[in-house]
Design a protein. Structure first.
Length: 249
């Protein structure tokens, strides 16, 4: 890799995404091919029971910059952790399989547009952010959950749960060996660890489009996420995230 070129890994956690992962890969690859970066797209299959892996393998056969990483089913957090730690790029980006953030937003998370950060998180809140097509009930539920997060765990961050986040390679190696949450609340633990380790977290306002096929269910997942939030709070208060050394799982 040329010394002046960025290296970027796009990590896409996927569980039963056969119906849309192909289109997502086409959009990502088409955009990335126009950028002055070294790049890979790493799809981390979370033990899908459909044809997700077959679709990804077909694209990977045509382009070696697309990688399929098979993992047992653990949850989105487990897939994200495995993919980010397996990547080797200087910058590593979590990208939801529904591509609800237009890929054209990606340069906003990278130098030269963004400098001096360890973790850059997409935000659907605040000046410059746009939410498109989201039902009001879902929006209000998200704001209530964020209020709980700010009160119990991570204050000052308006959108912990957006599925688009950039990490430097050094930040990945600091944060993710310490991550214990495999489910939807992993974002909160990631940010709790980053803050406890003194890393620089910035929010990047984005354009975000609601997708009806979201894997998150407010009824099914909401209470579980709240229980995990309380566990993360307890770990943070005990100093677990700020201690040196990592207890391997």
């Amino acid at each position: 890799m040329a010394a002046d070129r960025l290296s970027v890994a796009i990590v896409v956690p996927a569980f039963n995404e056969e119906s849309r992962i192909g289109e997502t890969l086409i959009e990502l690859r088409t955009f990335l091919a126009t950028q002055p970066w070294e790049w890979e797209i790493r799809v981390v299959d979370d033990g899908s029971g459909d044809g997700t892996c077959g679709v990804v393998e077909a694209h990977a056969a045509r382009d070696p910059s697309i990688v399929l990483q098979r993992e047992p089913h653990r949850g989105k957090g487990g897939a994200v952790k495995a993919g980010l730690l397996a990547a080797h790029a200087s910058f590593r980006f979590i990208c939801d399989a529904d591509l609800s953030m237009p890929v054209s937003e990606l340069p906003r998370f990278l130098p030269p547009r963004l400098e001096r950060f360890d973790v850059a998180i997409g935000s659907r809140e605040g000046m410059g952010a746009r939410r498109i097509g989201e039902p009001i009930v879902r929006h209000l539920a998200g704001r209530l959950f964020n209020a709980a997060v700010q009160s119990l765990s991570i204050s000052g961050i308006e959108d912990t749960q957006c599925g688009f986040k950039m990490f430097t390679g050094a930040a990945v190696e600091t944060i993710f060996p310490r991550v214990t949450v495999d489910g939807w609340a992993f974002d909160i633990e990631v940010l709790s660890i980053a803050r406890a380790r003194g890393l620089r977290i910035v929010e990047v306002p984005i354009e975000w489009h609601y997708r009806r096929a979201s894997q998150v269910s407010l009824l099914r997942d909401g209470m579980g996420m709240f229980r995990e939030l309380l566990r993360i709070r307890a770990r943070a208060r005990s100093g677990e995230y700020s201690r040196n050394g990592v207890e391997r799982r």
